[in-house]
Design a binder for this molecule. Structure first.
Ligand SMILES: [Zn+2]
Length: 295
């Protein structure tokens, strides 16, 4: 357990508190993309738009910032070398996703990820620094950076048993057999085919990828990132919840715009919207009208 010992030593150097004077600026994606390109080293072809654009879930703020956020004094921010490692892991995970495919990546486990890195030169071996960053983000106390939801996955190596899942055609996502699957079927039957699964099961690896991608957008500010995305281990997508959206509505499915659609109205009228993260919820998570609570 040498790595665990290392992790314990990391947080102090990783945790930097905002100076207070800096105010949140508009996302300057091209600038950040240039940094990622420069630092990626091993692959100049990956840019940040590829990194973020493929997943609608992280695309929302990119195209339409929900709100201007101000860096709070208490915000936890990864800076300097730590931010470099954060970006490096995100880019590395992008390569893993490219290797296994978008759909499979949703279920990929931590150990499988490491193995893929070892076995495919197109992915490349994960460095100790990258694994340390990954483990830090998983094991850090999310409450420290303002996320108060439960931890629902205990171990970084926990896997999603494939036999318990079902691939949902043409969505690129999976659902758990049983309650999740039944609920999704019922919703589609009642609301109609214009409602579709937009994000299903997300493994620790997938959630980490989304969270780190969001944290790149927030310049390493984990507190701000956790407002839009549950930190790894804290997402109910890992144990049964899922997201739905309107067919053809794109990234807007992950914005408040979704709550103005007929599909959303039908969902609420039929009583499906026992939303996990209601407006002004105590968990430090944004309002998510698209998220269906199962667990
Ligand atoms: Zn969700």
């Amino acid at each position: 357990m040498k790595r665990r010992t290392l992790i314990k030593a990391i947080p102090l150097s990783l945790l930097a508190v905002a100076g207070g004077a800096s105010v949140w600026r508009d996302h300057d994606i091209s600038k950040v993309a240039a940094i990622v390109n420069k630092d990626a080293g091993y692959d100049q072809h990956i840019n940040l738009n590829d990194l973020l654009g493929e997943d609608l879930f992280v695309k929302d703020n990119l195209e339409k910032p929900e709100q201007q956020q101000v860096v709070e004094l208490s915000d936890i921010i990864l800076e300097g070398k730590d931010f470099e490692y954060l970006k490096s892991v995100a880019v590395h995970l992008k390569r893993v996703q490219h290797q296994v495919g978008y759909t499979n990546f949703n279920l990929l486990g931590f150990d499988e990820m490491i193995k893929l890195g070892r076995n495919f030169s197109s992915v490349g071996k994960f460095t100790q620094a990258e694994l340390d960053l990954f483990e830090y983000v998983f094991s850090a106390d999310a409450k420290a950076y303002g996320f108060f939801g439960d931890k629902v996955i205990d171990n970084i190596t926990d896997i999603v048993p494939r036999r318990d899942t079902k691939k949902i055609g043409r969505t690129g996502h999976y659902l758990f057999k049983g309650e999740s699957m039944e609920k999704y079927k019922r919703i589609r039957k009642d609301v109609g085919d214009s409602l579709i699964l937009t994000s299903g099961i997300r493994s620790v690896v997938k959630q980490t990828y989304l969270f780190l991608s969001k944290a790149i957008e927030t310049n390493g500010n984990l507190s701000q990132a956790s407002f839009s995305l549950a930190p790894p281990g804290h997402s109910y997508h890992g144990i049964g919840d899922f997201d739905v959206g309107k067919v053809g509505y794109g990234y807007k499915n992950f914005t408040a715009d979704f709550s103005h659609t007929d599909e959303y109205k039908r969902l609420t009228d039929l009583g499906y919207v026992a939303i996990r993260y209601v407006n002004n919820n105590p968990f430090g998570v944004r309002f998510e009208p698209w998220h269906i609570k199962v667990v």
